[in-house]
Design a protein around this ligand. Structure first.
Ligand code: SF4
Ligand code: SF4
Length: 103
């Protein structure tokens, strides 16, 4: 049976947390300079996520609708660590009134 990726119709975790990572990840992964900025001496963050109502600059679309990460292949480690249905995912989806995933 074919499974669809729930993330392409969600994006909630890209607009619910600060996405911060060791600065060297950015050049190592080829992350475009336009989408990240320094956080402190050793860390960087995705622009748009270090604020009270975060939304990553690389995210397009409406949360809960069709969404897309413009830097998916170069996304930093925090983005790679969230799995559909895990605690962070469910926390983010709940913040946007989206149903829990049964995966
Ligand atoms: S909140 Fe969950 S389903 Fe939504 S994009 Fe993130 S990992 Fe995917
Ligand atoms: S880099 Fe991509 S996966 Fe990571 S928070 Fe931004 S839009 Fe989401």
């Amino acid at each position: 049976m074919e499974r669809t990726n729930p993330c392409t119709a969600c994006g909630a975790c890209c607009a619910n947390f600060r996405v911060s990572f060791y600065w060297a990840e950015a050049p190592e992964r080829g992350l475009p300079e336009a989408v990240y900025a320094p956080l402190n001496a050793t860390m960087a963050h995705m622009i748009g996520t270090n604020c009270r109502h975060p939304r990553c600059a690389a995210l397009s679309g409406e949360i809960g609708g069709e969404t897309r990460c413009a830097v998916y292949d170069a996304r930093p480690s925090p983005c790679r660590s969230v799995e559909p249905g895990d605690d962070k995912c469910l926390q983010a989806r709940a913040a946007y009134g989206l149903a829990e995933l049964s995966i």
